[in-house]
Write a protein that binds this ligand. Sequence first.
Ligand code: AMP
Length: 579
Amino acid sequence: MKYQLLADAYAKIEATTSRLTITRLLADLFRQAPKPIIARLTYLTQGKLYPDFEGIEIGVAEKMAVRAVTQATGASQEAVARQLTRTGDLGSVVEALLKKGKTRRSVLTVDEIYDGLDRAARASGEGAQALRIAAIAGLLGRATPAEAKYIVRMATGKLRLGVGDMTILDALAEVFAGGKQARKELERAYNLTSDLGYVAAVVAEGGLEKIRKIHVVVGKPIRPMLAERLGNPGEILAKLGGRCIAEYKYDGERLQIHKKGNDVEIFSRRLEKITAQYPDVADLARRYLKATDAIVEGEVVAVDSETGDLRPFQDLMPRRRKYGIEEAVQLIPTTLFVFDTIYVDGKDLTEEPYQKRREVLTRVVKSNARFRMATFAEVASVDELERVFEQAVQAGCEGLVCKATGGVYQAGARGWQWIKFKREYRSEMTDAVDLVVVGAFHGRGRRGGSYGALLMAAYDDKDDNFKTLCKLGTGFSDEFLGDLPKMLRRYERSERPMRVNTRIVPDVWLEPAVVFEVIGAEITLSPVHTAGWDVVRKGSGLAIRFPRFTRVREDKSPTDATTVKELVEMYRRRTKKAG
Ligand code: AMP
């Protein structure tokens, strides 16, 4: 197939905004194309060579493309650069330059264009620039002006025809699947594979029948199922038929893990391959995913290497870097909380109800500290739901994802099978608070011999006692940690000090004496901490989420610490504002 046909169609597509016209133009192209090149034709029209998840971009820098244009047209670099500044589109520049020369017949085929661009995309290492320029110049040297325009735009990643994936699916449905009504089924296949070229090739070869047989494929990411949102637990339960699986909503990054034997690939929520960012998770999947082939989904969360506490999402940022991943892995370990499975050993599970998928998961995930099932509880009342919600927040989570027990995996869809319940009851903390140390927990690992975390309390001036608000294990320097036992030793007690009011039992009790300044992300309701118990809500206290030590307040005695009353006010003030 001549590339000229594509160039002609693209020119017409650019000239219209009518989706119907565009669909018709695309359908004409598909009709004329020999079946073996349908996939390539599809990718090229998307402005790509491969589906996004492969991560292969043509990516010729504009500067390099300018050099290719000068080589192919004989124009000077200055002239090309000048016109580029004027028009902002190197494609139009090369078209105009070639129009001035002698007329060219169209000779290039779609395959030749694809292969040339592919050579440019794959060039790497020393001499890659020269290879890229040569590949593009080689194509331009034989192209008509109109073809050259699109070649340059493709090469620089700027095709931008304004053709959506759904319009391409419409055209495919019309030509190969008996009409537009088949679009839904093509869309399903696309949602399951994220690969439009693949779907196009399958429908061109085998029509709707083959499309219906498309299943998830290990190695091709599935467009993730998404959640709706409601703020009221009663409404959530009503939507889900009175009962649901209430699962902790972890605050990290969603990962889709594909395992084929010992090969593991990890995809992001946006379907990019990010295996390189999580070599540790890939390794855990190899060891603890007890299936030969499997696709599972989970949320990866940063954890404090010393206390094992969950850390906020921002702590994962160092993983985004291209280099220094090993250091990041050492510095910020993670835990993966697995919450769904899509495929296990030959079986596509997308049509199975959630309860069944979870059963399969429980069988194949060998849970341990770093790779484990997301915590969940089956609930059938508002009370239970609120309880689990508070436990989730207490554990460092954002809230819950409430799931219909019978819900199938709806790839790429936001539906009412999953409903997120985030903290309405949350209150951002802007001010630091001063809290009293009332207990300590033995450290592990690097903190062996010292304390791993401290139990912190606020002062309740009404009851004249100390009520707990958080465990504190972050923000200490190594030196400070080393000195801590010395600082606190004389306050150690074998029994709970009279004025300490707590539902948590630390390893070591400490007489309220030392005050630390602490900042946190927000104040939340808590099922275990006693500060403000029954005040904001019956059966709940308040807690600080993500507390961090800032300094010792030697100037303060324990009764000068922040009071429970102040905390309740802070909570109410900020919550009102947020609402
Ligand atoms: P949101 O990003 O606020 O729309 O919430 C949905 C996201 O929550 C998902 O895409 C996951 O990344 C994340 N998440 C955390 N825990 C869970 C869970 N147990 N089930 C489903 N999604 C979860």
